[in-house]
Design a protein around this ligand. Structure first.
Ligand code: UDX
Ligand code: ADP
Length: 458
């Protein structure tokens, strides 16, 4: 079949894979190739077990893979054939040199740009899909223009706002699509080519076009605002624990003001995920580099508050269990950074587990999707068991810590679990998902986040 356009995506990760699957589904007249330097990843994308778990993704991939959606390692051929190249390679926080711990490591990006220059034979639109520091497009353009062959690359920013666990829904029904480009004729034309893709299924009024820098900065700011809400509610949860106020009631009362809104106000063990911390630190770094120290400090506190919330959770476990967890078995329910994903990047579970191990606790971890990643994150550490069955994880334990808000944890037989545990039995509900009164009646000592505890010691 002759395709109207050819789209290439470089990077078959959490962003590239699902995004391209939905684009291919909705644009059958375009051929979409997804390439990656990691051959194992590509093998998985071509197998029955996809490398990432997202509700609804399997069905889409199986329907169109081999028709207009292809996963390959043929980067060179892909670049040659493509009209539009999406770049969604990883941009982790730098671990070395200038900006270490804050700025983005752009080496994968730069390598990708160099590959594009090397293999391209005609004009192309390059779309930044990875979250990137502001003015990356400019840097990208400089690299691309440095090739003195007569090829024009127009760089467009199209940040992705999908959240893991709801990626397919977010892609099919996004709140908005953001496309940033240069405002001259060539830039506007390139932006229109990207608008045309999304207009296949998204109402035009939801597709926002801006200049390049606004688009890049909007992505960082959107994530910073979301993370800020969580740190705000978590900061108040600490106050609630001192005053017997209830964070769930406060979130409801405050969130009922339509100017504030009710979403993203669930107090928790802290936020995780590959984006929030990285993007805020990026914002902080950019602000600092322009000498805007108050702006940098303001946003940095969002990250610090998140660290405080995780430390506070661990300290509470130790304090309530009579100031020692040495040789006590603690079952960690949930290791993913949020429910409905197997992703554990920046998951609070990693920090919590490490700290409890330092206190010589014996840890058993259960999670419906993230045990594989948990094993990688905790490689080399002793005194950890990995259990697929939560009942098994809790057997003989002194305490359970709920770290991820998996729906199935609400529906377990806690009477049965209580019977199998050491007494006194503790539950630390780091997500406030359980029925605390019921657990207390069973016999548990219950410690929610930002709510009065229910213990039998008083
Ligand atoms: C986020 C943004 O939502 C998304 O738009 C962007 O493209 C990528 O970053 P993601 O990291 O997948 O998505 O997950 P999100 O649902 O935003 O949750 C992030 C973290 O915040 C999770 O650890 C979650 O458990 C935590 N969270 C979320 C809370 O602790 N409380 C809340 O009320 C909401
Ligand atoms: P994200 O969450 O941003 O999608 P991931 O780490 O899940 O990040 O995915 C990024 C993907 O990009 C990885 O699969 C990685 O192998 C791939 N990648 C990195 N550099 C290159 C490159 N130069 N060419 C092709 N793929 C790359």
């Amino acid at each position: 079949m002759e395709f109207k356009k050819r789209i290439l995506c470089i990077g078959a990760g959490y962003v590239g894979g699902p995004t391209m699957s939905v684009i291919a589904l909705k644009c059958p007249e375009y051929r979409v190739d997804v390439v990656d330097i990691n051959p194992d990843r590509i093998k998985q994308w071509n197998s029955d077990t996809l490398p990432i778990f997202e509700p609804g993704l399997d069905e889409i991939v199986k329907k169109i893979r081999g028709k207009n959606l292809f996963f390959t390692t043929e980067i060179e051929a892909g670049i040659k054939a493509a009209d539009i190249i999406f770049v969604s390679v990883n941009t982790p926080t730098k671990t070395y040199g200038e900006g270490a711990g804050m700025a983005s490591d752009l080496q994968y990006w730069e390598k990708t740009a160099l590959q594009i220059i090397k293999h391209a034979q005609n004009n192309k639109i390059i779309v930044e899909k990875s979250t990137l520091p502001v003015r990356t497009a400019e840097a990208m353009e400089r690299i691309l223009k440095a090739s003195n062959r007569n090829i024009k690359f127009e760089v467009v920013s199209n940040p992705e706002f999908l959240a893991e666990g709801t990626a397919i829904k977010d892609l099919l029904e996004p709140d908005r699509i953001l496309i940033g480009s240069h405002t001259d004729a060539a830039g506007t034309k390139a932006a229109q080519a990207i608008v045309d893709i999304y207009a296949h299924w998204i109402p035009r009024k939801k597709i926002i076009t801006t200049n390049l820098w606004s688009s890049e900065l909007s992505k960082l700011v959107a994530n910073a605002f979301l993370a800020q809400r969580i740190s705000s509610i978590n900061s108040i949860s600490a106050l609630c624990e001192k005053t017997d106020a209830n964070i769930t009631e406060i979130a409801y009362a405050v969130g009922s003001d339509s100017r504030v809104g009710s979403k993203f106000l669930n107090a928790s063990v802290g936020f995780g995920g590959s984006c929030f911390k990285k993007d805020i630190l990026n914002l902080v770094y950019i602000a600092q580099s322009y000498g805007l120290h108050e702006v940098a400090d303001y946003w940095n506190m969002v990250v610090q508050m998140n660290q405080y919330q995780q430390s506070r959770f661990v300290r509470k476990i130790i304090r309530e269990m009579f100031n020692t967890v040495a040789d006590k078995k603690i079952a960690i329910f949930g290791f993913a950074f949020k429910a409905n994903t197997g992703d554990t990047r920046e998951s609070p579970a990693i920090f919590i587990t490490q700290k409890l191990l330092e206190e010589q606790a014996v840890i058993s971890i259960t999670d419906p999707k993230a045990l594989g990643n948990a094993r990688i994150d905790l490689a080399g550490l002793d005194n950890i068991n990995y259990e697929t069955d939560p009942y098994q994880a809790a057997e003989g334990a002194h305490a359970i810590a709920i770290v991820t808000e998996w729906e199935e944890y609400r529906h377990l037989d806690y009477q049965k679990i209580y019977s199998s545990m050491k007494k006194p039995a503790f539950i630390f509900d780091g997500r406030n998902i359980l029925n605390h009164c019921q657990l207390f009646e069973i016999g548990f000592n219950v410690y929610p986040v930002g709510q009065p505890d229910l213990n039998h010691f008083k």
